[in-house]
Write a protein that binds this ligand. Structure first.
Ligand code: GLU
Length: 466
């Protein structure tokens, strides 16, 4: 069998959407698994709506997700000569024709068809025209009349047939001379030797038209696999109403690409009841026969759950680098204070996103610590003075803050005051963190270090004296 060649062909008219990212991912995974090629093609023939900013946003998002291509990006805007040549070929062979019908005439035909209860479609007026008036024209593809339907076997949806009476003579070149999507996608997929087209099922109605164009242009028809769309929780097509739909919005919200990749692949594909997949697992396990036929429902809670999993199990050094911009955005300076790596390790278990982690890191670097009003009123009261003095004494006596030494210091304090662990730890936590949810008390002490911890206890004692 020849090498598998798949492609992702986004139109640069906006950011990379969650649905587009999943299509790109499926293509990427299959190419990697089959040791084929993954081609990236930017479909920018709609010059008015395509922007460089969108191209950059799409490339950036693909890079963030780790979806590297083997070829491209190719730009359709560089290939207009080829498209023009192919349109001419179809005209020369009588497989396409110039249509001079004006917008008004077409509107009138549409209205008439509607009034007569017919499906509005082009009636073929210019099909047999031989004159070439000097007025604007589009080029239409002549729907072949040699058979009544076109059938293809979709690798996800099975056999699909379209009756030609549903189709009409498709515009392949606009009045301004630019080619249309259905034509260029066929030329490019064929010229780029794409042998499997994996794309969203919003394109399924285009497929029979494209098959007819492949045939008319003398190209081999590729295989197709149409991926069911993604719905929101209300079973309507996923849109901004359901939350962020841009891939990079998830980066800004503190998600890891591993989590998004893992989440996206499961939106439509399954492997027994496994939920956690690394990219390497996916490259090994992914196949189209495990892609479901029904639409996937976007579930933000599950994505968040996966994100906390990847934060929990992630490489602390990598997370440290990823966290820095979030700290900066929140104005949390890390030049003074504990080692960020230790901070990250202490927060991995309890952060679902990097934003949560940045929030959780704030108290470590706060100078002075800001006390939460409620916690302060409850725990930083004059009657705690003896407790804090004892804590200061016993924690000062530790030579280093090992777990053992901290345990003995606490045991002594508990013994002398006759207080249970919680009654010692809670006020101390307020003195050290200000009262925010935070890691275990020993961990907080260890990460803050002895100097800072003692300083914060002294500060609390000063406050009690007021
Ligand atoms: N440019 C088209 C889109 O973004 C590509 C469709 C296809 O994959 O054929 O929807």
């Amino acid at each position: 069998m020849s090498e598998l060649r798949v492609r992702f062909a986004p139109s640069p008219t906006g950011y990379l959407h969650i649905g587009g990212a999943r299509t790109a991912l499926f293509n990427y995974l299959l190419a990697r698994k089959e040791k084929g090629s993954f081609v990236l093609r930017i479909e920018d023939t709609d010059v008015a709506r395509s922007t460089q900013e969108s191209v950059d946003a799409i490339l950036n998002a693909m890079e963030w997700l780790g979806l590297s291509c083997d070829e491209g990006p190719y730009y359709q805007s560089d290939r207009f000569d080829l498209y023009r040549q192919k349109v001419q070929q179809l005209l020369d062979e009588g497989k396409a024709y110039r249509c001079y019908c004006t917008a008004d005439e077409l509107d009138a035909k549409r209205e008439k068809a509607k009034a007569e209860g017919r499906k509005p479609k082009y009636d073929g007026t210019c099909r047999h025209r031989t004159d070439q008036p000097d007025t604007p024209y589009v080029v239409r593809f002549k729907l072949p009349e040699d058979r009544e339907e076109t059938t293809f076997v979709d690798q996800i949806k099975g056999s699909i047939s379209f009756r030609h009476e549903e189709l009409d003579d498709l515009i392949i070149q606009r009045t301004d001379g630019t080619p249309t999507y259905n034509l260029v996608v066929v030329i490019d997929d064929a010229e780029m030797n794409i042998n499997l087209v994996i794309r969203g099922d919003d394109h399924i109605n285009n497929t029979p038209r494209q098959i007819l164009l492949y045939e008319a242009l003398g190209y081999k028809v590729p295989e197709f696999a149409h991926v069911p769309m993604i719905l929101g929780s209300d079973k309507k097509r996923l849109s901004k109403r359901h939350g962020a739909t841009s891939v990079m919005a998830y980066q800004s919200m503190g998600y890891l690409p591993e989590a998004l990749v893992n989440y996206l692949v499961r939106l439509g594909w399954s492997f027994g009841d496994e939920e956690i997949f690394s990219m390497a697992d996916l490259i090994e396990k992914f196949s189209l026969d495990r892609v479901g036929r029904s639409a996937g429902v976007f579930n933000p809670e599950k994505l968040l759950w996966l994100n906390s999993h990847y934060i929990k199990t992630g490489d602390p050094e990598k997370l440290t680098e990823l966290l820095k911009p979030f700290l900066e955005e929140k104005g949390i300076g890390i030049d003074h204070g504990p080692d960020l790596l230790a901070v990250v390790k202490s927060l991995q278990e309890r952060s679902a996103t990097l934003i949560e982690m940045a929030d959780g890191a704030a108290f470590y670097y706060a100078e002075p610590v800001e006390y939460e009003e409620k916690a302060k009123n409850k725990f930083l009261q004059p009657e705690q003075k003896e407790l804090f003095s004892l804590l200061l004494e016993k924690l000062s006596a530790c030579t280093v803050f090992t777990e053992d030494q901290l345990e003995s210091a606490f045991a002594e304090v508990m013994n002398i005051t006759d207080l249970k662990f919680g009654k010692v730890a809670q006020p101390l936590r307020v003195a050290l963190t200000g009262g925010v949810p935070s890691p275990g008390i020993y961990e907080v002490l260890q990460v803050l270090g002895q100097d800072t911890s003692l300083k914060r206890i002294k500060k609390a004692i000063e406050l009690l004296a007021d």
